[in-house]
Design a protein around this ligand. Structure first.
Ligand code: AKB
Length: 365
């Protein structure tokens, strides 16, 4: 799970609460030029003020780091319901936020003059299947709160979708932007719901909704939790630590994957893209596809002693068997210049060197 949201307390949003929905014509806060290497020339106060929910999941801390470099440390607030580790607490603003508590969210948006919201709180595919009630609460009720708050306050809002928004009846190789979407997980159903609700709010209330369908994301410093693609992160840590890895997917399961730096850069790029360049509000992004066997062979080029055994988890395997093998992403490449940088060999080289460096640092301290 990207970040577990609390179910403590009543869900204030349902049936009550401040749901003043009115059309808010969002004026782009971006006077910036779209592009990667733009130097910061504005003062901190010209920048968007960003709130990241589910900030202690796999992606939040990395995104906060990237956005803080771009917009200034104090303009990016990381939030979660859990206490952050010291290095996160000391790296920039961190606050408690519970996406199931509408009043708490509204208070944060108002008190901090938030203009952009990145909504990373979610329960991922495998955990969702073992706790459907929690997944519904976090991924659907939480999303409703986010969309209503964003509409009420004229925010730009980014919500990630996923390869999990497709299912066995979707074309799988490659999966187009627009095709049958009949996922068989609560995670997938909630993400299709998020795509449709965000696009509906965009057309109905002019909400500045932006959404990317992420592949499985691979990162060294932060671990995912409860996903179907998690094996592709865990294998690196096991390869370096013990040299043995037990994989819970079949060796020939091909899935789309992406290195975290590409994913975070894509997120910043779509957030900064001028509204008029976005012919769509939900985009596929693709980088590479591989099977556990392909990944093992690539890691073995550096660590030949790595031994991988297979103990297939039927729940995860059934999920993966209905997911895309690759995403067709020409619209993102055309509309806002998306281009991935990491392929399989670059991914493996980078992951192994990051993990080796952090292990050395941990041993030295
Ligand atoms: C999961 O496996 O559930 C996620 C995803 C692909 O959305 N990593």
């Amino acid at each position: 799970m990207l970040a577990m949201q609390s179910l403590r307390g009543a869900v204030k949003h349902a049936g009550s609460g401040p749901r003043l929905l009115f059309a808010v014509r969002h004026v782009s806060s971006s006077s910036q030029h779209f592009g990667r290497a733009r130097p910061l020339s504005c003062t901190d106060t010209d920048q968007p003020k960003v709130l990241i929910t589910g900030g202690l999941g796999q992606l939040g801390v990395g995104l906060a780091k990237l956005l803080r470099r771009r917009f200034g440390k104090n303009n990016v607030i990381l939030s979660d319901i859990r206490k952050p580790p010291n290095h996160v607490y000391h790296s920039g603003p961190f606050i408690f936020s519970d996406i199931l508590d509408y009043k708490n969210l509204r208070e944060i948006v108002v008190n901090n003059n938030i203009s952009w919201l990145v909504h990373y709180s979610a329960v991922l595919s495998a955990v969702g299947e073992s706790n459907v009630a929690l997944a519904k609460e976090v991924n659907i009720t939480g999303l409703h709160n986010i969309l209503d708050i964003a509409t009420e306050h004229g925010l730009r809002v980014f919500v990630p979708s996923t390869i999990g928004a497709f299912g066995p009846s979707s074309p799988r190789d490659p999966t187009p932007e627009l095709c049958v979407q009949r996922p068989r997980t609560i995670y997938g159903v909630s993400k299709v719901h998020a795509e449709l609700m965000g696009e509906y709010y965009h057309h109905r209330y002019a909400l500045d909704f932006r959404c990317l369908r992420y592949p499985g994301i691979i990162s060294a410093d932060s671990q995912p939790g409860g996903g179907t693609t998690d094996y592709a992160v865990q294998i690196f840590h096991s390869a370096v630590k013990t040299g043995d890895f037990e994989c819970n997917l079949r060796s020939d399961t091909r899935l789309p994957m992406m290195y975290i730096d590409d994913c975070l850069r894509a997120t910043l790029e779509i957030l900064e893209a001028p509204a008029e360049s976005l012919l769509s509000r939900t985009y596929n992004i693709n980088a590479m596809s591989f099977t556990p066997q392909d990944l093992t062979q690539e890691i073995q080029k550096a660590l030949p002693d790595l031994k991988v055994t297979y103990n297939v988890d039927p729940v995860r395997q059934a999920i993966a068997d209905g997911w895309p093998m690759a995403l067709e992403d020409s619209a993102a490449r055309r509309d806002w210049g998306w281009k991935h940088e990491y392929d399989l060999s670059e991914l493996v080289r980078t992951m192994l060197s990051h993990i080796a460096t952090s292990n050395q640092l941990a041993q030295a301290s």
